[in-house]
Design a protein around this ligand. Structure first.
Ligand SMILES: C[S@@+](CC[C@H](N)C(=O)[O-])C[C@H]1O[C@@H](n2cnc3c(N)ncnc32)[C@H](O)[C@@H]1O
Length: 261
């Protein structure tokens, strides 16, 4: 057995926890907001603005909307509803492999990616430069708070979450991206008919996320027969295909007739 196959076998035996049994989850507002802040990667944006150190990141397509007011303004202009081009947001673009292929094939869309790791922003930027992209923006920030700061309700066409970290352990469940809160935010910002699309190679995550999405009355949920969803593959997806591992796609389509929060 190769090292990779052994690793995969070990992962398959790993239990994907679906609930956090910690009693503190029901301890009230203060505890909940403390947990939410801890779930954010790098901490809350408000606290970082107050106490954090600005990054020195540079790049053709990169914005640092936490610390640079000018970058935040640029981001607001890019996502402005006055721009008629479809708006597509990807969370966790990592090396930017999907972004490069998607943006090159769809020059008419506005693509905005969010990524918490500076190194990945730089890798994606280099790939975008190489491909001469005209419609990509990469933001160095935890998407969850930034989406709420810059997006206008009902204006997003697609929200893409590809192969998010499963956060296996019960004490890490709070860090998972697909929470009820996140799905509610997606309902708020997607336009009628817009979609939240999740791809994953963890069957438990697909089932769990599908359950979380299905709880939200704003969405029609579908497990796609084509796990690639007719989109260019991400790096992780390509690796899964290479090794013959299955992947899954869950799509939540925003219903037109329900107002949001
Ligand atoms: C497992 S990787 C998946 C990478 C890529 N989507 C793929 O399919 O190959 C998850 C990525 O999401 C990023 N990430 C996780 N949570 C995030 C968040 N809240 N906002 C922005 N990026 C996030 C991580 O830094 C990491 O690069």
């Amino acid at each position: 057995m190769t090292h990779c196959a052994m690793l995969r076998a070990a992962m398959a035996l790993r239990k994907f926890h679906v609930s956090d049994s910690s009693p503190s989850l029901v301890e009230g507002e203060a505890e909940l907001s403390r947990r939410k802040a801890k779930a954010l990667i790098g901490g809350s944006i408000e606290m970082r603005r107050l106490h954090g150190t600005p990054s020195d990141i540079g790049g053709t397509y990169i914005l640092d909307p936490i610390f640079r007011a000018a970058d935040q303004e640029k981001l607001r202009a890019i996502v402005a509803p006055s721009d008629p081009r479809p708006l597509v947001v990807e969370i966790g673009f990592q090396m930017g492999e999907f972004a490069a292929a998607f943006c090159a094939a769809n020059p008419q869309v506005r693509y905005v990616g969010f990524e918490v790791r500076k190194k990945y922003c730089q890798e994606a930027d280099a790939l975008a430069v190489q491909n001469g992209l005209t419609n990509a923006t990469f933001c160095l920030v935890d998407a969850r708070e930034m989406l709420r700061e810059v997006l206008v309700p009902g204006t997003l066409d697609q929200l893409l979450v590809f192969f998010p970290d499963p956060w296996w352990k019960p004490r890490h469940i709070k860090k998972r991206l697909l929470t009820a809160d996140f799905v509610a935010a997606a309902a708020h910002f997607l336009r009628p008919g817009g979609r939240l699309l999740l791809k994953t190679d963890v069957p438990g995550y697909a089932d769990w996320a599908q359950g979380v999405m299905a709880e939200d009355p704003h969405f029609e949920i579908e497990r796609l027969a084509d796990p690639g969803a007719a989109l260019p593959p991400t790096l992780r997806e390509r690796r899964c295909h290479f090794h013959g591992y299955p992947t899954f796609a869950v799509q939540a389509t925003r219903k037109p007739d329900l107002p949001t929060i």
